[in-house]
Design a protein. Structure first.
Length: 420
């Protein structure tokens, strides 16, 4: 059995979904578990509905909801030839349940899981109906009954033992009568059967969970790129496809910010030595990238990761004491309390520096959090350059005409903070 994952870009409209069906026809006769994201940018759109619900902005809530209804019914009309098909009733039920969410008194996190997950429910139900119409032997499966998480609505951790048992009892056995099982990325459930979510871009992780629990032959993530590239084509003209890299290298690249693979996806696959392929849904017969246990190809091609709009904070104790373990522990606890994620950190005798994504930091709250006991200075508008398998010529080329603020190097990785 193989696991396929299709993201929002691969199912963004009716034509894209028809392309998915053509792609799947290349695998006729094989057992496939398919994980699908919300269509296009619908996660963002459902977040707008959530925001309107929390703000009790009735006009915005129902205006956004109406747009989502029109979007999905337009796709349905383009795909489904029988206007009396049961899928129309199923979609109608989902949108009626969403209308009731406006008057809900649930907290924001619980409402987020309930509302934003609807994008995945709609996409998988519509695609399953279309595949069945086109003669595929497929069945829809509810991730909210399969993936068990902790009692947390956002970025929930997996209860692996319970999840494996649920897949054994309610998923794997269905392959005896079906060739394709379709489920949702991004969502799960807690012990009380409330909907939970695995974090933004968590559909890749869902594919890894399915593969782990089913002892899959492989996982393929279908993207709009030919495979995993050594740099983001938005910033580089001459990118190179990485044909084969190790799990370890992929984990390193995802940790440093490579956007192709979700960081949590790779570890469960590594634990069971299940290879991961990144392939193009536009050219499905091409080789793509293979991520597996072998490390011999890792250092053949340098990889570049750029993170713009960075904030560098320099934190110094007001009592002019040295930065010691007690200071670091205190600072980390304060940063954790506002969910700050650190991209780079470095300490000297008297100060501790952290680099963070500007858009993810509540600046005023951050400064207030530290200002009582620390002097805090910061630089904005910086850029973080990460180079895997670097050499000095590459560093010189990428930092030309830029002012280096801070740099760190290990044997394999250089991380450089620059200002224009």
């Amino acid at each position: 059995m193989k696991v396929f994952k299709f993201g929002g870009a691969s199912v963004k409209d009716a034509k894209s979904i028809q392309n998915v069906a053509k792609l799947l026809s290349l695998y006729k006769g094989e057992k496939l578990a398919i994980v699908i994201s919300a269509m296009g940018k619908n996660t963002n759109a459902f977040e707008k509905i959530l925001d309107a619900s929390i703000a009790k902005d009735e006009a915005s809530f129902f205006a956004e909801l109406s747009l989502r209804e029109a979007f999905h019914y337009e796709i349905l009309d383009a795909l489904i030839t029988n206007s009396a098909s049961a899928i129309y009733d199923e979609v109608n039920v989902i949108f009626n349940s969403l209308k009731n969410a406006y008057s809900s008194d649930k907290n924001r996190n619980e409402s987020y899981a309930e509302i934003v997950s609807i994008g995945e429910l709609l996409s998988t139900k519509i695609i399953n109906a279309y595949l069945q119409q086109e003669g595929f032997n497929s069945q829809w499966k509810d991730a909210r009954k399969l993936i068990r998480t902790e009692d947390k609505f956002l970025d929930a951790n997996i209860d692996w033992a319970a999840t494996e048992q649920l897949f054994t009892n309610h998923f794997i056995s269905d392959f005896t009568t079906n060739d394709i099982l379709i489920t949702q990325g991004f969502i799960g459930h807690n012990i009380d059967n409330q909907t939970t979510t695995l974090g933004r871009e968590g559909s890749d992780f869902s594919a890894g969970i399915v593969a782990y629990c089913c002892d899959a032959e492989s996982v393929t993530i279908w993207k709009d790129v030919p495979g995993m590239l050594n740099a983001d084509p938005k910033w580089f003209d001459n990118t190179i496809k990485l044909d084969k890299i190790s799990f370890r290298e992929a984990i390193e690249l995802s940790y440093y910010g490579a956007s192709v693979i979700h960081p949590k996806t790779i570890k469960p696959l590594q634990n069971k030595d299940i290879p991961l392929f990144v392939k193009s849904f536009l050219n499905p017969t091409e080789e793509g990238t293979k991520i597996h246990s072998c490390t011999k190809n890792d250092n053949l091609i340098p990889s570049f990761i750029f993170k713009k709009n960075q904030l560098l904070f320099s934190i110094t104790p007001k009592d002019f004491s040295f930065i010691g373990e007690e200071n670091l522990s205190d600072i980390f606890q304060r940063l954790s309390s506002v969910d700050v994620k650190i991209n780079v950190m470095q300490n000297s005798a008297l100060s501790f520096s952290v680099l963070v994504d500007e858009e993810k930091v509540p600046l005023k709250e951050f400064l207030e959090l530290l200002s009582e006991d620390y002097n805090v200075k910061y630089n904005a508008g910086l850029e973080l350059i990460t180079i895997r398998h670097y050499d000095q010529d590459t560093i010189d080329r990428l930092t030309k005409n830029k002012r280096i603020i801070l740099q760190q190097r290990t044997r394999e990785t250089a991380r450089i903070i620059v200002a224009k």
